[in-house]
Write a protein that binds this ligand. Structure first.
Ligand SMILES: *Cc1c(COP(=O)(O)O)cnc(C)c1O
Length: 402
């Protein structure tokens, strides 16, 4: 069976973990700090805070921004549930909008969804393909939309417009107009969950890129405290001689990343541009040259003059089929010992959101893309022969069903 997304295991990971264990630092300490610095340099942002998941990072930033009951946050209907759940946890209303044919939130639809209660736009770089951030920025900077904005605290007053919080769970290493993911929005959050391009098992990172007069270094220092119970002294600082005294300035969260996981991240980041992305690109190219021959195949966009995907998901679509045919094709692919997936089931199809009143019929393009979509395996250890086996399984399955 060809798996969908197994982790890569190699000796450098063991060495770095062993180093952590032997140093005595297994929770948040020097390796987490180093991983944050390396991520900041890679993404091209002033400060990065690591967390135990992207979900925690997104919620921390919504809380920091003061999102509360009565507020609205705009997100695509086509994403993983985490994007909506963090909004709900803050007591705010997720305002879902439809997507474009590239699976990403449609900026035109964002415009129509803005109200005086809108506090955040939360775009998602689906599959690693960056959203059109210039179009989204133009919306929040539009004088009529700025006029509508109702700040309810000092930070919102200071920015004076809707904040753009990027869900970049898929897009580490993607570029848009010469800039890397992380530096494309006010704040951007990466995920290092087990199936993501770069994994620490579980983990996330917040890239702080707020415009002046915000002081990103100061915000980083505050968020560090907020992400660890609001405690003013972390474990590392407390090891200094006699330095036991601490305070808790607010009831914070337990969102910190331990050094044992940062150790994995350090090793993974060091090989990301030189090994991970090039191999993923070869696999994308192999899929592309095979499926380009098939009239029924609709290929995903992953590079253009302006943008480059992080090649997280190969989102193949089959033309002119319905959801049931897609599901039968998937069964046939599995029958040939190949694992595939669907990314994502649009949120309005899921019980939690359906119950809240969201309707699939309000997001026709999200449904149209979902109903024809099959995600193919992409990972470093997937050999060319296995890629060819996936291609053959897909072609065979489509021919049986279509
Ligand atoms: C994986 C994922 C998340 C959540 O990431 P975690 O690190 O598991 O919290 C959020 N958004 C999207 C689009 C994802 O795919």
């Amino acid at each position: 069976m060809i798996p969908f997304s197994p982790p890569k295991v190699y000796p450098e990971l063991f060495d770095e973990i062993l180093d952590s264990l032997q140093s005595g630092w297994i929770t948040t300490g020097p390796k987490t700090k180093k991983f944050e610095e390396n991520l900041a340099a890679y993404a091209g942002v002033p400060n990065v805070l690591c967390t135990n998941a992207a979900t925690s990072g997104l919620e921390l930033m919504l809380r920091w921004w003061g999102v509360k009951p009565g507020d609205e946050v705009i997100l695509p209907a086509y994403t993983y549930c985490a994007t909506a759940n963090v909004i709900l946890h803050c007591g705010a209303k997720p305002v879902m909008v439809d997507i474009g044919d590239d699976f990403n939130i449609d900026p035109e639809k964002i415009k129509g969804a803005i109200t005086p209660a809108t506090k955040v736009i939360l775009p998602v770089d689906i599959g690693g393909w960056p959203c059109d951030y210039d179009a989204i920025k133009a919306i929040v900077d539009d004088p009529a939309i700025i006029d509508m904005f109702r700040p309810s605290n000092d930070k919102q007053e200071q920015l004076g417009r809707i904040m753009i919080l990027g869900d970049a769970a898929h897009s580490l290493g993607a570029t848009y107009k010469g800039k890397r993911s992380g530096s494309l929005a006010d704040v951007t959050v990466f995920s290092f969950h087990a199936v993501k391009n770069l994994t620490t098992g579980e983990g996330g990172a917040i890239c702080l890129n707020l415009p002046k007069p915000f002081d990103n270094a100061e915000i980083y220092a505050y968020l560090r405290v907020k992400s660890l119970h609001g405690q003013t002294k972390d474990a590392l600082a407390k090891t200094q001689k006699g330095n036991w005294e601490y305070d808790v300035i607010e009831p914070g969260y337990k969102f910190n990343m331990p050094d044992l996981l940062a150790a994995l991240g350090l090793v993974e980041l060091a090989r990301y541009e030189s090994e991970t992305l090039p191999r993923r690109k070869e696999i994308f190219e192999r899929y592309e040259s095979a499926f380009r021959q098939e009239a029924w195949a609709e290929l995903p966009v992953w590079q253009s003059g302006e943008a480059r995907s992080s090649l997280h998901l190969y989102l193949l679509r089959i033309k002119d089929i319905d959801e049931l045919q897609r599901n039968r094709i998937i069964t046939e692919i599995f029958n040939r010992d190949v694992s595939v997936n669907v990314h994502f089931k649009p949120l309005p199809l899921l019980t939690a959101y359906k119950t809240m009143g969201y309707r699939m019929s309000d997001y026709p393009n999200a449904y149209r893309q979902f109903s024809r979509e099959i995600s193919l395996p992409v990972y470093y250890d997937l050999e060319d022969e296995a890629v060819d086996a996936v291609i053959q399984a897909v072609i065979h399955a489509v021919n049986i069903v279509k």
